[in-house]
Design a protein around this ligand. Structure first.
Ligand SMILES: NC(=O)c1ccc[n+]([C@@H]2O[C@H](COP(=O)([O-])OP(=O)(O)OC[C@H]3O[C@@H](n4cnc5c(N)ncnc54)[C@H](O)[C@@H]3O)[C@@H](O)[C@H]2O)c1
Length: 257
């Protein structure tokens, strides 16, 4: 049921081999998907190198998700090359480093705008771009990546928590909007994983150790485990699921203390 043979997907958010989006690219490509993978400027070389390890050579395109023109160009190329699209992985997030250590009440207008634009609005822009291509395939599936900081306070997560709350609300509103076209929109809320984005959060290693101590499974999760859950939602196995935030965090979200 999680077969991706003959399916085409767009993966946004690969920076390096630790990126959760890269793990999802591998999980879907291994099951037969042909991918378009985008990179943000400075990661071009990494993405080209990584992609050599995929079964089917991906289409590699630049995309800064804060640019409508770049997003349009991505879908125009995908239309040319694939003629349609079955799934989108949204793994882009950003907040200026100083917003992830200062007291939350010091959040700047610019930092707030940037975090919400790149980490939440971009899901709307990408879903809108994908929609006509997915309609041609009779439907599609969009998965984004969130974190429990959307609902609970974690030290220094700050404006990213607000962006993740907006992202999860966006998942529900998009799901309601595009459901009649058989397009599904879901989030995977991952436990903490050491990636480039995580390195920007002051004291991130203490979050990892609290999860290890308190999660019901008494361990952290890895990107491959998150990718398996994302592949499920992207595939026909998840075809009745939309508007959902699936927790993949070794059960940490369920605990009180
Ligand atoms: N690592 C964790 O602990 C964790 C936990 C839960 C959720 N997440 C989420 O997973 C997603 C992927 O993050 P990751 O941890 O794999 O880190 P990562 O640094 O590998 O990925 C973040 C990606 O966002 C991209 N990005 C940032 N600004 C962009 C822009 N303007 N245009 C295009 N792309 C842009 C970066 O290029 C990078 O590829 C993020 O949404 C993150 O919030 C991470």
């Amino acid at each position: 049921m999680t077969d991706f043979a003959g399916k085409h997907g767009l993966v946004v958010g690969v920076a390096n081999k630790r990126s959760i989006a890269w793990a999802i690219a591998q999980a879907t490509a291994r099951r037969g998907a042909r991918l378009a993978i985008t990179y943000q400027g400075r990661f071009e070389e990494h993405v080209h190198e990584l992609s050599q390890g995929l079964e089917h050579p991906p289409l590699i395109l630049p995309c800064d998700v804060s640019s409508d023109a770049e997003i349009d160009a991505v879908f125009a190329r995908i239309d040319q090359e694939f003629g349609g699209l079955d799934f989108v992985v949204h793994g882009a997030a950003f907040a200026p480093r100083e917003e992830l250590s200062a007291p939350f009440s010091n959040t700047t207008r610019d930092g707030f705008r940037m975090a919400l634009d790149i980490s939440a609005y971009s899901l709307i822009a990408l879903t809108r771009g994908a929609l006509p291509l997915m309609e041609r395939r009779g439907g599609g599936s969009v998965v984004t990546l969130s974190y429990l900081g959307s609902e609970r306070v974690f030290p220094n997560y700050n404006v990213m928590g607000v962006a993740k709350a907006a992202l999860e609300a966006t998942v529900r509103y998009l799901a309601a909007d595009v459901g009649q076209k058989n397009v599904r929109v879901n989030a995977v809320s991952a436990g903490p994983i050491k990636t480039l984005a995580a390195a920007g959060i002051s004291g991130f290693s203490s979050i990892l150790s609290v999860y290890r101590d308190r999660a019901p499974l008494r361990r952290n999760v890895d990107a491959a485990e998150v990718a398996e859950a994302a592949a499920f939602l992207l595939s026909d196995a998840g075809k009745a699921i939309t508007g959902e935030v699936l927790m993949v965090d070794a059960g940490f979200h369920a605990t009180g203390m």
